[in-house]
Every structure is written in structure tokens, then in C-alpha cells.
Design a protein around this ligand. Sequence first.
Ligand SMILES: Cc1cc2nc3c(=O)[nH]c(=O)nc-3n(C[C@H](O)[C@H](O)[C@H](O)COP(=O)(O)OP(=O)(O)OC[C@H]3O[C@@H](n4cnc5c(N)ncnc54)[C@H](O)[C@@H]3O)c2cc1C
Length: 391
Amino acid sequence: MKNLYLNKTQFNAELEKCLKCPAKPCMKACPVHCSPHDFIAAAQNNQMEKAAESIARQNVLGEVCGLICPDHFCMKACLRSYVDYPIRIPAVQAYIMKQARENKWIAYPVDRTQKEKIAVVGSGPAGLGAVTEFVRQGYAVDVFEQDERIGGALNLIPYNRLPREILAYEWGLVQQNPLVTMHLKTKINSYEALLQDGFAGVIAAVGEQKERRLNIEGENLAVSYVQYLREPEKYAADARVAVIGGGAVAVDCAMSAKNAGVATVEMFVRRRLDHMRITQAERQMLLSGGVDITTMTRVAQIEKQNDKLVLYTIKTQFDEQGKLVDVEKTVVPRGGFDRVVLALGSTRGEEIYNSARIVFAGDVVQGGSTAVEAVASGKNAAQILLENLKN
Ligand SMILES: Cc1cc2nc3c(=O)[nH]c(=O)nc-3n(C[C@H](O)[C@H](O)[C@H](O)COP(=O)(O)OP(=O)(O)OC[C@H]3O[C@@H](n4cnc5c(N)ncnc54)[C@H](O)[C@@H]3O)c2cc1C
């Protein structure tokens, strides 16, 4: 966990880079309107607790997001990049929130006014964002989570990027509020039934529950990325693993395999390396981690031969319209894999139908996004629902 955080010298060096831009572009770029301009100023004045409070006020997952936020929000807006490099704002935030956790600085106020009860379905970042808005305004909230763990898709992020105790701690701060009741292993099949049961309103923050498939022969021989990322250690004895997919989820599968000790990990990607929807840091991680990447290649079939798996691959190319198509007569069997991981991500598993008392939030609405965007979406959905309840 040590290398996840800046050390004190690095932290101070990042603070010194702040140009104190009056327009606060970093805050404007943050989906939850956290203000790096202000928390950096507080930290420069040695007011670390004030810095942490300013983060927690906007983002209930302040430390989690500090560890996993991509570089395309505040960092992309940081004007320091015109001088040399942008401030590593998420890392600065993680450092501050780690101090807050260790010193127990953050406590959310408890409002005991008995108001109506709200149901929040899903305990991912969007659900959590919504819960904090409700309790802040004195509403009791019941959270329904089908899984045995809180946190939603954050539980699939490899431990070395996001230790689960950070997530548990930040959720715990909210959960200890007497207005919050948690129901784990409770799947909700009807939001209307919750209204009939007496809840004044429902937030559906159910994420993307339908895994993407290839619809190819032998697909059932592959394990899904959800299975794989939940327990990568279960597959540590594999010597050779193939990962199908070229996005951030596939990167996490490939790196999890490598970190679990798998000797050879090969990614199969339909597009070019520079077309992969991953960040510069993720690309770097794959290269330095020794992951093989086979690009412009489609897996057309999976077959079992003896104890090993064989992938039948076809080369791809862009046609005149820019569409990705197969290149004829390029089928190649690639044998010898112990495991094939299907890492294409997920899509929405249900229809969205917002009404006055049922509001959807998070990835189920906006597609595979980020934790910070999901928190923002949950907060917005809560505000919409509260506004509707007044009318
Ligand atoms: C492998 C992986 C790596 C990622 N890496 C990053 C990263 O580095 N940085 C980043 O910012 N984001 C990352 N993300 C994305 C981030 O995790 C998601 O954007 C975020 O979790 C979405 O939040 P959500 O609350 O909308 O949905 P989810 O987190 O999916 O939560 C939805 C919850 O609803 C529950 N649920 C669903 N249906 C029901 C029901 N009927 N009844 C009860 N409960 C139900 C589910 O069990 C789940 O717990 C990653 C995602 C994955 C999969």
C-alpha cells in the first residue's frame, strides 16, 4: 500500500507547483466540484484538517477517488501543464484523505429530524453519493444491495490500486449514521413495490449488470472479467492467460494476472494500440508489466484441446468507411492457454424510466464512467428526487 501514496517530500513538491489560478479550472473540471485550488491552499498553510473537510464536503469517496481518478478531469485542466507538468491532484487528495483517515478528522453531521424514508438500490459510488445527500438533509435511507459486499464495481478494481479497507472506511463513515440502514444480499425486483412498502422515493443506482458477450463458438470456455477480478488469486496457478478486450477492464485483468504470478499474459485487441480506450498510465503499466498485446486481431472461436484452450484469431483492418472488418484467409489457431478471460465490460441490464418518485443514477444512466462521475450523478439524482417530493 506504501507506493500508492506520495511521500511527504513529493507531496510538498506538488503543493508548490500550484499557480493559484483565480478561475479555478481544476474545480470546474471536477464532476463533484471538489476544489483543488482551495484544498491545496489550506495544505500549504498547514491546515490539513481544513483541506480534508473541503474534499469530504464534496466527495464522500475522497480517498478512493484520490487513488483511482483518471487524469482527464482536474489534472487535464491544471494550467501548470503549460509550464511543465500538471499537479498530480488526485495523488495530493489521496495523501490528505489518508491523513484524515488516520487522524479520524471526518465525521458527517447527524440530523435527527424524522423525515420520510428513501430507498437507495445499489451500494456503488452513485448509491453512496445519493445516501450522503439524503442524510445531510435529515432523511432516513434504506440501502438495498444484492451483493454480500458494499461498493459495487469498485470491488473489481485490483487491490494494489484500491485497497478495500479504504472503501470500507469511507462507506463506514456514512453507514454509522443512525439514519442509514443497510440491507446486504437483498435484490430488488420492483422499484414500485418499494413505494408501495412506504418509501417516499427510490434512487436506482444499479450500475451496469449485463456483461458484454462476443457471441462466438466456445465462449462459455472463457471466464468473465467479473469472476476473474473478484478472485484473481484463484487462477494464480495458470501459466498462460489470454485476455480478450482492449479497454481499462482488460488492463485490470491482464495486470491482475501478472501480479498473481502468471508468466505469460496476452491481450487480444481488435483495434490499434493507439486506439485502445486506456490512459497513458495504463498503457505504460502494460508495457512495463510485460503484458503481450496482439492488436488488429479478432477472436472468432475458442476451443478446448486436451487441457488447454485454443483461440482461433482473424486479422482485422479498417475498410474505406473506417469500419473494422476481418481480413480474409487470416484465421490462425493460437493454442496453449490455461485460461481465457472475457474482458469487454458491461452494459445496462434494464430500461431507464425516471418518474417523479423513481430516479436513476450512475453508470446505469451514463454508461461505464468513473467513480467520481457516479458519485456526482448520485448526488444530482438525490437532489432531483428531493425537489420532486416537495411538489
Ligand atoms: C474493473 C474495473 C475497473 C475500474 N477502474 C476505475 C478506475 O480506475 N477509476 C474510476 O474512477 N472508475 C473505475 N471503474 C468504474 C467505476 O467502478 C464505476 O464507474 C462505478 O463503480 C459506477 O458506480 P455505480 O454506483 O453507478 O454502479 P456500480 O458500482 O456498478 O454499483 C451498482 C450496485 O448496484 C447493485 N445492484 C444492481 N442491481 C441491483 C438490484 N436489483 N438490487 C440490489 N442491488 C443491485 C450491484 O450489486 C452494485 O453493487 C472501474 C470499473 C471496473 C469494472
